[in-house]
Ligand binder design. Sequence first.
Ligand SMILES: [Zn+2]
Length: 100
Amino acid sequence: MKLHKETAESLEPCKHMEGMLNRTAEGSAPPLMKWYALWHAKGCSRCGTFLARMTALIAQLKGLHGVGADSIGGERLGDDRWTSLESKWSEVEESTQTRK
Ligand SMILES: [Zn+2]
């Protein structure tokens, strides 16, 4: 029986996502990286929480208020855009997993 202590403090993003999430939160990520980070964060509660915190923290530091994860960098993705992006990345992830 494996039990991991999951406290709010120990909540860390996936190792391979940390850099992308940081850059996405600060707005320095290129569009594709930002999309991927946001897409991953939508389906991964740890990265989602991490990104939300980083975004809020950076927004605070910049003196901005009310900036949500979907308005990072002042850009907004329409729902249809999200859907096509999501299916694209699902395909990529699935093919990566089955190729193993
Ligand atoms: Zn993750």
